[in-house]
Structures are given as C-alpha cells and as structure tokens.
Design a protein around this ligand. Structure first.
Ligand code: FAD
Length: 300
C-alpha cells in the first residue's frame, strides 16, 4: 500500500471482517468530475469481499449502489448509501464460439478491442463511451438504433443478501435506457456476431468520428442528460427553447449538443440540477412535453 492509498482509506468494522473505505472524493471517479466525500465508498478486490460488503450493508439497513465507469451518475448527497466501485475486482474474459463470458468491470472499449481478436463484434455502436459493461447492461445503453440487451444471454449478480444468482435475458424486463436488474452485476454472457477485424475496426472508427462530430468531448459530461421523448429529440427541444449555451455556475448546456450538460469550470451538483430544472420547466412551458432525466441523480 502506498502513502496515497493509506491516506485515502479508513476502516469499517463489520463484526465479521474489516473493510477499507476510500476517502477519495467522488469527483475523482465521476466522468463529469462532480462529487464530494462519501461516508462509505469501497473498492473490493475479490467477489468474496464484494459479497461481504453487500451483506454488511443489509445488516446496517443501508442501500448499496454499484459504480462502474461513473459516466452516467450525478453525485449529490450520498451519506446514506454504500457505494461500491467495480474497478478493483478481477477482470476475466472467456470466449467460445460466439459466446463471451466477461467480468462486468471490463470497459466497453477494451471489450470491443479484446473480442475483435476473436473476430466477434456487434457492440461497436457503443465505441467511445467511457463506461463499464455492468453499467451499460444495467442502463440498457444504446445508440444508433441498437441497444446492448439484445446481445446479452445471461448475467450473474450478487443480490441484496450477498448471494450469487444467474439471470437469463428472458427474465430481465428492459426498455429504453432501463432494466429491471436488481443487485450487483459481476459477470455477463454476450452472444456476439461473426465479423472480421477490419469490419469491426472500421465501424468503431466511424462511430467514434460520429460521436466526436456531434458531442462535446472537450469537457467532462455524463452523455445525454434527458431521454428522448417519443418521436422527439430532447436536444432539439432544448435548443428550440433557446437554452443552448446557457450557463449556471460552472455548468453549461453544451453549445455543440443541447442534451449534454458540461462541467466548464468547477461545476457543482447544484449548478447541474438548476440547469436540469430549467430545461424541464422551459420545455414543458413552451412545448408541453415533460423531459425525463436519463442520467442517474443520486441525492439521498
Ligand atoms: C461522452 C459520453 C457519451 C455517452 N454516450 C452514450 C450512448 O451513446 N448511449 C448510452 O446509452 N449512454 C451513453 N452515455 C451514458 C453512459 O455511458 C451509459 O449510461 C453507461 O451505460 C453507463 O455505464 P457506467 O459503467 O459508466 O455506469 P455508471 O455511471 O457507473 O452507473 C450507471 C448506473 O448503472 C449502475 N451500475 C453500474 N455498474 C453496475 C453493476 N456492475 N451492476 C449493477 N448496476 C450497475 C449504477 O448503480 C447506476 O445506477 C454516454 C456518456 C458519456 C460521458
């Protein structure tokens, strides 16, 4: 353990074992770089440690929240939550025929790169997003008319009692950016498509070019803030209401894509929330359409 780690850890006694709780501020993990100190923030190194932390949370009557790439979470007050980062869990990947069983903490981009070597693809539509597989499956991430659940065969989770469970896709309800998944996803079995490495690489590049053209990659963000209402685009509605470029504190509605809120300079949770409320109110007043956040706002 180095000095940085020692300084940034405290221990929590569970009666059954002692866990190290990180004291690193959440902004260091959050893609939009917002978030203060959490009371309980863990980064277990083994699945057994993860199970123990979840059981400990249950005994303490505390809710736990899995954290992947933190590319879709806006952190507010998290005092009553047990936050569990997946980043130190073991990373595993096995491929056989078209099936790939992978640990949920794999980054989507590394996964696309790794499975390309087996000439397996299909998930290139998510290339370039700073997410982990567990988060993309939980959120049913999608883009360019595709979504990730279509490729999932089964998932393995740790449930709220700290027990492992396998769930087949047929048992998961999913729709636009939401699933019925409860628990901490630890492994996922994907069924991928046979593709050549050249096909996958060229699709990856095309998608990343598209994203860079449309989205503000030069400032921290959480991707699309609102879900697109049926037959509408949230970004277009916000732009038509004259809010593109609007700033509150250090946060701004992106001038490039109005459904992105960027952290321009030391933005705070409250700045982003005020912009979210402003978008909701204005779009409702001017268009009679209710915008619903796609991002997860954690403020307990
Ligand atoms: C630049 C940019 C572009 C983006 N483009 C897209 C896009 O094209 N399409 C799209 O759908 N999204 C997009 N997003 C949003 C985001 O990347 C996705 O929602 C992604 O699925 C979140 O994954 P994550 O690992 O970062 O999850 P996190 O942000 O860490 O968590 C999101 C939710 O998933 C839960 N979760 C995370 N890991 C697990 C786990 N192991 N088990 C159970 N629950 C878990 C969390 O508790 C939380 O509720 C974009 C974001 C950015 C910053």
């Amino acid at each position: 353990m180095n000095n940085y780690q020692r300084k940034n850890q405290k221990t929590v006694e569970s009666g059954e074992s002692i866990f190290s709780s990180l004291e690193t501020p959440l902004k260091d993990f959050s893609n939009i770089k917002i978030g203060g100190h959490a009371k309980y923030l863990f980064a277990p190194k083994t699945v057994e440690e993860l199970e123990q932390i979840i059981r400990w949370s249950a005994r303490k009557n505390l809710e736990f929240l899995p954290l992947g790439g933190c590319s879709n979470i806006l952190f507010g007050n998290v005092a009553n939550l047990v936050l569990i980062l997946d980043k130190n869990l073991p990373k595993t990947l096995e491929a056989e025929d078209n099936f790939v069983i992978v640990s949920a903490n794999y980054g989507i981009n590394s996964f696309i790169e790794e499975t390309k070597k087996y000439r397996l693809g299909g998930l290139e539509f998510l290339a370039g997003i700073p997410a982990h597989l567990g988060g993309t499956v939980f959120m049913n991430a999608g883009a360019f008319g595709k979504n990730i659940l279509k490729f999932v065969k089964w998932i393995e989770i740790i449930d709220s009692e700290g027990k492992k469970k396998k769930i087949s896709r047929e048992k998961i309800d999913f729709s636009y950016r939401q699933t019925s998944i409860k628990g901490f996803i630890i492994r996922i079995c994907f069924e991928l498509e046979n593709k050549t490495e050249a096909e996958i690489s060229s699709e990856q590049k095309r998608i990343i070019r598209e994203r860079q053209k449309r989205h503000p990659y030069d400032f921290p963000s959480l991707g699309s803030v609102f879900k697109n209402p049926p037959a509408q685009f949230a970004g277009k509605l916000i732009e038509e209401c004259g809010l593109k470029g609007k700033k509150i504190g250090g946060a701004q509605i992106s001038e490039k894509h109005a459904n992105f809120i960027i952290n321009r300079e030391n933005a705070r949770f409250e700045d982003v929330m005020k912009l979210i409320e402003l978008c909701k109110e204005t779009v409702f007043k001017m268009k009679n359409i209710r915008l619903e956040p796609e991002i997860r706002i954690i403020n307990k």
